[in-house]
Design a protein around this ligand. Structure first.
Ligand code: GRF
Length: 212
């Protein structure tokens, strides 16, 4: 990506909920582990805990209530353009983005999902992994395409499913890995070491290692 910003790309985070992944990202940016700057949080829910995270990190938050996809996406795109946003990070954003946004930011939107995709896309993946008797699960960071949790994968981290696990214990074990995996994957993409070419995730000449 060609950028006029010396400090690296300008980034928007989209979140609907408590914002623990947003927190791990904001810390990694603050610590200089990821090049660039988070210039806004966008949420569809005024009561989202993510807004408190934004406040703590001095990041402006914008509430765009969901009144249908078309209106939401028009407002979102206008905001992202106004702020000169180059990358969009979905961190527990509970809406499916349509082609107007996905195509405008092709190869520049990332999402994190609490399963080893392509297993268990969509809602309640931890409960479905348990119900299916999976012996392991984990998290996946992927580029966003037009589908639901279907885009090309950048990084995954695994966890075991243990005897006696409940949805809560499994979700917590996965979440701890999410907080490591997402900043690492974002660092690889925003530093240009990993990028999307067509439908392929391409690694720069240095190569890279993501420990499973
Ligand atoms: C995470 O499990 C994330 O993978 C999923 O939604 C959850 C958001 O949690 N997409 P938080 O708001 O980041 O704490």
């Amino acid at each position: 990506v060609c950028t006029s910003h010396d400090a690296g790309p300008l980034v928007a985070v989209l979140a609907s909920g408590r914002g623990s992944n947003f927190e791990s990202l904001a810390r990694a940016f603050d610590d200089g582990e990821i090049p660039g700057r988070i210039v806004c949080l966008v949420t569809d829910r005024a009561e989202a805990g993510a807004r408190l995270v934004a406040e703590r990190h001095g990041i402006p938050s914008y509430v765009l209530p969901w009144e249908g996809r078309r209106a939401f996406e028009a407002e979102l795109l206008a905001l992202l353009r106004r702020l000169e946003v180059e990358y969009v990070l979905l961190a527990g954003f509970m809406r499916l983005l349509g082609p107007t946004v996905v195509d405008a930011f092709e190869g520049r939107i990332l999402n994190i999902h609490p399963s080893l995709l392509p297993a268990f896309p969509g809602l309640e993946p931890q409960a479905r992994a348990l119900a299916a008797g999976a012996t392991e699960s984990g998290c996946t960071v992927h580029f966003v395409d037009r589908g639901m949790d279907t885009g090309p994968i950048v990084a995954q981290r695994r966890v075991p499913v243990l005897p006696g696990d409940t949805v809560e214990t499994l979700a917590a074990r996965i979440l701890a890995e999410e907080h490591r995996c997402y900043p690492e994957a974002v660092r690889l993409v925003l530093s240009g070491r990993v990028r999307l070419r067509g439908e392929t995730v391409w690694c720069g000449p240095d190569g890279f290692e993501v420990r499973a």
